[in-house]
Design a protein around this ligand. Structure first.
Ligand SMILES: *Cc1c(COP(=O)(O)O)cnc(C)c1O
Length: 221
């Protein structure tokens, strides 16, 4: 099966309301163009340098998503074009995005990343950290970032019940923040969860944006 067929298989298995971000990290531009030719427009990358190279080389109607950990000194480079940053994991990072977005004269859309998995290595806020930030004067003064929702990852495990319960927890966090901080903000609407191995479960648990790489592109390079 080629990329086009695998892409179609993933897309056909998703409800219409779920956005597919094709995670193209490590794949060469020709491979992205195959998915583009099949109609895919949302692409996710996890490294800024690679994202910049691909953004320069590929069609301008691609919507680029940054899904990996972002360092503050790399924010400036992506702010002019980025469609959605999924990986805001600290107030300092969000402040820098706000500052650079202001300098650029553009509103930048972001998701807050939450840590619910058991692995120590996964970045992200806890609920109380996020609540502290969202209730702060610092956050109130940020005029150039728009928080569109949250992103999270489940533990890498075969234990379906555990994965499901972590997605459920992310959904609870999403609804809690919506209710308490974004009740009248229709833009706060994105729940980004689910990767190749678990996106079906994620959708069952309320995901409306999945980030799928290897199920479309095969193994990474
Ligand atoms: C790599 C990556 C994905 C996609 O992983 P696959 O298992 O290849 O689908 C999704 N989200 C994040 C944050 C990633 O780094």
């Amino acid at each position: 099966m080629g990329i086009k067929d695998r892409l179609r298989e993933v897309v056909n298995g998703l409800p219409d309301a779920v956005t597919l971000v094709a995670v193209s990290k490590t794949q060469p531009t020709e491979v992205l163009m195959e998915a583009y030719a099949a109609g895919q427009r949302d692409f996710g990358e996890n490294r800024v340098q690679e994202l910049l190279e691909k953004q320069t080389a590929l069609p301008t109607d691609i919507r680029w998503h940054l899904i990996g950990h972002l360092q503050r000194n790399k924010v400036k480079a992506i702010v002019p074009f980025i469609h959605l940053i999924h990986s805001i994991d600290s107030e300092r990072l969000l402040k820098e995005v706000d500052r650079q977005a202001g300098l650029c004269g553009r509103a930048v859309y972001v998701l807050l990343q939450f840590h619910v998995a058991q692995e120590q290595t996964k970045f992200g806020f806890s609920l109380s950290e996020a609540e502290d930030m969202l209730g702060s004067d610092t956050f109130a003064s940020m005029a150039h970032v728009r928080i569109r929702g949250i992103m999270g990852m489940a533990t890498f495990t075969d234990d379906e019940q555990q994965v499901r319960s972590e997605f459920r927890e992310l959904n609870r966090i999403f609804r809690h923040l919506k209710e308490n901080f974004f009740r009248n903000d229709a833009q706060f609407s994105v729940l980004s969860m689910g990767m190749s191995g678990d996106y079906r479960l994620a959708v069952e648990e309320g995901s409306n944006m999945v980030r799928v790489g290897s199920a479309i592109f095969g193994n990474r390079h």
